[in-house]
Each structure stands twice: as structure tokens, then as C-alpha cells.
Write a protein that binds this ligand. Structure first.
Ligand code: ASP
Length: 366
């Protein structure tokens, strides 16, 4: 057990300690960063998501799924704007029969009276079986996990977006989408992925890059404004894990030179809400990416028809609607996949994922 939050955080950087800190009985307990998932964990989560998706097609399958977490209560503690992710976690919990409560305005909670994260989550652990949390502070979820790991009633904490640093459940749904789409093309290994946008501040882009490192020989082409290029810690990690990377400032040049070799493009928006330093909502006039970071419809002929186009949403101008009829446009599938992979995550956290996969296998659904 880490005695201080600082040592808990430092432990998360070490591969060996990370498992002790974040897992219980071989299962994920605190879900905070992409690096905590090994290749086998990712494969098993994806198989569970597919099992849930297929079982959910039939009444008996749905009843079986709903019995998995019946009686469990999940708290969605969301301090930042979210509809998609919050609803996706609620729908995922619902699929497995758990009930959910949502607190999205922390001004109405005791945080407004100056309550510490530690006291707040320990209080919530009396009423709930897991906390899903989104917060503008990079460390909020980790701090909650640390506090609970030292308490007499530890419950799982799942980050649904941590400041500018990570959005682990988003990256799991992105990998699930890539794996499913590349099923007939050798899977995610060896693929060339372009990540466009504000990589320094986009937690979805960063988490995806970290997760791609679990695959064999991927190549990531980052395209971002100089001021928001990928940070050194991320680049060093990718290098250590033999992910080949290129850093580009012009999307047009990259696609003209290498468009035919690209397997997937992950477009993200500029994260202007951080510009004011207060997690504010940017003015409409501030929003949107500069031309160099927009996937323009005229680039279509530079890409293969089977190139995947993805976006974590919300989008502003960076992925225009003209792309929607492209055969590789996966954005709406990503949204749906988010619910399946989050249900798989709950199943793994509460230890019923094996039973779900077995049931699906017996019915020849896997
Ligand atoms: N929805 C994602 C997030 O919460 C991506 C974004 O907002 O740009 O990080």
C-alpha cells in the first residue's frame, strides 16, 4: 500500500508496481491509465465486449446480462461537461443490471464547502460499489483511488477522463473499433495510424497512443500545431515500446507523401477550453482548428477506401460531414462501441467477465 499520494503516483510509472496498485485478484480495480493494460487484458476486454454485444441481441441473453451486476450501484461523478461518456457508462451499467446515480455539478456537493477528495470518495464508498469519475484535474481519479486503497471499504474507481492527461475508456473503445475493423486484415499489429490535433492536451489522443504501444510494430504519425505537439514523456514511452513515430506539421504533405499507406486517421479537436486556464467553455468564435489540422474532403483521393476515419467527438470543423459516406467512417460505430467496452470494463472490474465469455462461447457467439 502506498503511504503517500506521491508514492502511489510514482508507482503507477513502474510496470511492476502498477499491477499491485491498480489490480485486485488479477482484475482491474482502479482504471486510470492506458499503460496499465497488457495485450492479454486488451484482448480479453474486447472479447467480453463482443460477447456482451452478441448476447444482448436476444431476450435470454439480455436477461442473463442483467443478472450479472444486479444490486450493484455505480456513482458517476462528473465535474466536466459530458453527455456522451456519462450516458455511455450509464447504458453500460444498465446492460449488466447495475443502477447508477449521476452527480455532475460539484457546486451542489460538499466539494463546494471545501471537502477533500479523500473524504468525498470515502463517503461515497459507503453507498456505492464503484465510482466513475471525470475531472479537470489530471490527478483527481488517481487521488480518489489512492484514498480508497487506504480505506476500510475500497471500491473500484474508473476514470472517465482525467484532465489533459488520459481518457482510458475512450482509448479502449478506439482499440476495440480498430481491432474489429481490422479483423480481416491482420488486426491492429503493424498498422499506420495518423493522430491529428492537440496531442499535448487531448487526453483521448494520448491514451490511444499509449494503448497502441501494446501492439506489434505500429507506426503513429502525429500531426499537431507546434505548441501542442506530443510531450516528451509520451514520445519516450513510445520509443521504449518500439512504436515508430513521425511528427508532422502539415497534414496535406503527410497524406500526399504517404496517404496510400495509412490504415487509420484519428482526428481530434483543438482543446481551447484550457486556453483560459479555467476549464471554461470556449467562445464560439474561438472554436475550431486551423486549416492544416482539418481533414479536408479534397484529401479523399489520397487515401485508400479502407482507411478508417475516427474521432472521439465532439467535433468542430476538423472532420467535415462530407466524410460520412466514406466506407471507413467509424465515428458512430465508436460511440456504440463505447457502451460495449464500458460494459466489458465493469464486467472485468466485478469479475463476471469470464462467465459472460463462457456463456457466449457455449452459444457459439464468440
Ligand atoms: N470527448 C473527449 C474528451 O472528453 C474528446 C474531446 O473532448 O475532445 O476528452
Amino acid at each position: 500500500m502506498a503511504n503517500s499520494f506521491e508514492s502511489f503516483k510514482a508507482g503507477m510509472d513502474s510496470r511492476e508496481e502498477r499491477r499491485t496498485l491498480l489490480q485486485r485478484d488479477g482484475k482491474p480495480f482502479f482504471v486510470l491509465i492506458s499503460q496499465q493494460f497488457m495485450r492479454a487484458d486488451i484482448e480479453s476486454l474486447c472479447d467480453t465486449a463482443t460477447a456482451i454485444r452478441r448476447l444482448d441481441r436476444h431476450v435470454e441473453g439480455r436477461d442473463f446480462l442483467r443478472s450479472m451486476l444486479r444490486g450493484h450501484r455505480i456513482m458517476n461523478l462528473f465535474a466536466q461537461p459530458s453527455t456522451r461518456t456519462a450516458e455511455s457508462f450509464i447504458a453500460a451499467a444498465d446492460k449488466l443490471g447495475a443502477s447508477t446515480r449521476q452527480v455532475s455539478d460539484l457546486r451542489t456537493s460538499s466539494f463546494a464547502k471545501g471537502e477533500s477528495v479523500e473524504d468525498a470518495v470515502r463517503t461515497l464508498s459507503s453507498f456505492f460499489d464503484a465510482i466513475v469519475t471525470r475531472h479537470q484535474d489530471d490527478d483527481f481519479a488517481a487521488r480518489a483511488a489512492w484514498a480508497l486503497s487506504r480505506s476500510g471499504r475500497p471500491i473500484p474507481v474508473i476514470s472517465a477522463g482525467s484532465g489533459k492527461s488520459q481518457h482510458v475508456s475512450q482509448s479502449l473503445l478506439d482499440i476495440y473499433t480498430l481491432r474489429y475493423s481490422f479483423a480481416e486484415r491482420g488486426g491492429v499489429d503493424g498498422k499506420d495510424v495518423v493522430i491529428i490535433g492537440d496531442v499535448a492536451r487531448n487526453r483521448a489522443a494520448r491514451s490511444l497512443a499509449y494503448l497502441l504501444a501494446r501492439f506489434e510494430r505500429p507506426r503513429i504519425h502525429f500531426v499537431s500545431p507546434d505548441a501542442f505537439a506530443p510531450d516528451d514523456a509520451l514520445l519516450r514511452y513510445l520509443d521504449r515500446h518500439e512504436v515508430r513515430t513521425t511528427i508532422n506539421s502539415s497534414l496535406a504533405t503527410l497524406l500526399k507523401d504517404q496517404g496510400g499507406g495509412i490504415d487509420a486517421i484519428y482526428v481530434t479537436r483543438l482543446q481551447q477550453e484550457w486556453d483560459r486556464g479555467n476549464n471554461g467553455i470556449p467562445d464560439a468564435t474561438d472554436r475550431g482548428s486551423a486549416d492544416e489540422f482539418v481533414l479536408k474532403p479534397e484529401y479523399r483521393s489520397l487515401l485508400r477506401p479502407d482507411c478508417l476515419l475516427m474521432h472521439p467527438l465532439p467535433r468542430v470543423n476538423e472532420l467535415p460531414e462530407e466524410w460520412e459516406d466514406h466506407p471507413g467512417f467509424m465515428v458512430w460505430r465508436q460511440v456504440r462501441n463505447g457502451m460495449w467496452i464500458r460494459a466489458a470494463l465493469f464486467a472485468a472490474v466485478f469479475g463476471c467477465d469470464g462467465e459472460i465469455r463462457n456463456r457466449a462461447a457455449r452459444l457459439r457467439l464468440l
